[in-house]
Ligand binder design. Structure first.
Ligand code: UDP
Length: 453
């Protein structure tokens, strides 16, 4: 144990909460096993490091010091951005600064034994790691099924599933069941060819790595994991769900808003509250926002709704709600800017999670046994939604194109049924079994620790 303190793992997250949070959870697991941790982070979205006193942080800036030009990545968050262009800009802008930073880290006193970079950095980190002679692993913060769909892009293009044609939306993709054409992981972009390059670069970066660490558990994605391993000669370590490993179950620092939310949840009956959140990146049109608002108001269920500032296109926060709407919902509903989602999902009052099906949200809901209403927006979210509904049977779909107050009301009433809830409890149990002493995630973790050491 003590010996390992001389060994340092360098980690390079993609600077978004859905990527940074699981990376930090993994960092805690490594730290608990005796490794020192350095996190190289972009100046964009730089975190409050006081929350992570055990880790060393290094900042990299996307342009050289002293340059006059305005930072194109200086927006407070990436809501509504063309994500494909954005990822390309991140990779291009930070490749060299990362290389320099890695060189400095590896040349330092303590021996660095491994680089763990987010898979979305793709091949950006490959040359840098080779130059300094350090093992490079990748962290995939999405599920295996969606990664396999990304890896199948060349085939999907050959077979003309991509680009997606409206006339084929409901067609089964026979090579990737149970996915339908509309479930394929794509992003709207002004640069469609760039999407293929960005994805290809990510897949190649994973294939050439010394192993893929996955925030998933074997039982949940057994078949796709087997398919992946048959096709690709790269080691896989499904050690998730990271946040459920004992070293991650920490008392969280609470702010005032968390108390307000918890006090409100404490007053609700068990399993009655619909928790609504579309994650940290998705944005919606004002028209959709109003349909959701009325749909929630018209149901009998109490609701807790996260509306991030800037999430509704063209508005700052809630100003497009009709006059008197908030007074009218009174204590039945809470609209907040952000919550501690893990605490909310674990609260006994929460009966359903209306989600965009980001991978972390999906995994967190499965692990807490909360059924989902799925409204996927882009990338892996559509794949996750299909698996939630058809494979794991822990949720129902509400397509974004059908966001209508009547549909919402109807579905929210239905969701509270018992069949789905039984499936949820089964998966919750299975996640716990995987994390137990002899469970698959624990065993893979042992292998992973030996591999990076
Ligand atoms: N999250 C949170 N509070 C919120 C909304 C989200 O703590 O109000 C967390 C959530 O627990 C999850 C992450 O933010 O860990 C979102 O990641 P996900 O993969 O679900 O979606 P993304 O934001 O990447 O689209």
């Amino acid at each position: 144990m003590e010996e390992r303190k001389e060994k340092r793992i360098i980690m390079f997250p993609l600077p978004f909460p859905g990527h940074f949070n699981p990376l930090v959870q993994l960092a805690r697991i490594f730290h608990h096993r005796g490794f020192s941790i350095t996190i190289i982070h972009t100046s964009f979205n730089f975190p409050d490091t006081t929350h992570y006193p055990n880790f060393t942080f290094r900042t990299i800036h996307h342009h050289n010091e002293g340059e006059e030009e305005e930072d194109p990545l200086s927006k407070p968050d990436a809501s509504g951005m063309d994500l494909v262009t954005f990822i390309r800009q991140l990779r291009e802008g930070y490749a060299n600064p990362f290389r320099e930073s890695l060189k400095a880290e590896v040349g330092g006193g303590e021996r660095a034994c491994c680089l763990v970079s987010d898979v979305v950095w793709g091949r950006t980190t490959e040359v840098a790691a080779e130059e300094v002679g350090i093992r490079r692993m990748v962290l995939t913060t999405s599920g295996v099924a969606s990664f396999c769909a990304f890896a199948a892009y060349p085939l999907l293009r050959d077979k003309h599933y991509l680009p997606i044609q409206d006339s084929r939306l409901d067609e089964l993709v026979t090579e990737l069941p149970p996915l339908r054409v509309k479930d394929l992981p794509v992003m709207e972009t002004n640069e469609p060819e760039e999407l293929y390059r960005v994805v290809n670069n990510m897949v190649e970066g994973a294939k050439s790595s010394s192993g893929i660490i996955w925030n998933t558990f074997e039982d949940l994605e057994r078949i796709v994991l087997m398919n992946f391993s048959t096709e690709f000669q790269v080691l896989v370590f499904p050690v998730g769900p990271f946040y459920k490993h004992s070293e991650n179950i920490l008392p969280t620092t609470k702010n005032k808003e968390d108390h307000v939310t918890t006090d409100w949840l404490n007053k609700q009956d068990p399993r009655t509250v619909v928790y609504v959140s579309f994650g940290s990146l998705a944005d919606i049109e004002e028209k959709e926002f109003l349909e959701i608002a009325w749909g929630l108001r018209n149901t009998k269920q109490p609701f807790l709704w996260v509306v991030r500032p800037g999430m509704v296109q063209g508005t700052e926060w809630l100003e497009s709600l009709p006059c008197g709407f908030l007074e009218n919902i009174g204590q039945k509903g809470q609209i907040v800017k952000w919550v501690n989602q893990l605490e909310v999902l674990a609260h006994p009052a929460v009966g359903a999670f209306w989600t965009h099906c980001g991978w972390n949200s999906t995994l967190e809901s499965i692990c807490e046994g909360v059924p989902m209403i799925c409204t996927p927006f882009f990338t892996d979210q559509r794949v996750n939604a299909r698996y939630i509904v058809d494979v794991w049977q822990v949720g129902m779909i509400l397509e974004r194109s059908k966001l209508d107050r009547k549909e919402i009301e109807k579905l929210l009433r239905k969701e509270m049924g018992e069949e789905i809830r039984e499936s949820c409890l089964k998966w919750k149990d299975r996640a716990n079994v995987c994390l137990s002493k002899d469970g698959s995630s624990s065993k893979y973790l042992e292998k992973l620790v030996s591999h990076v050491f």
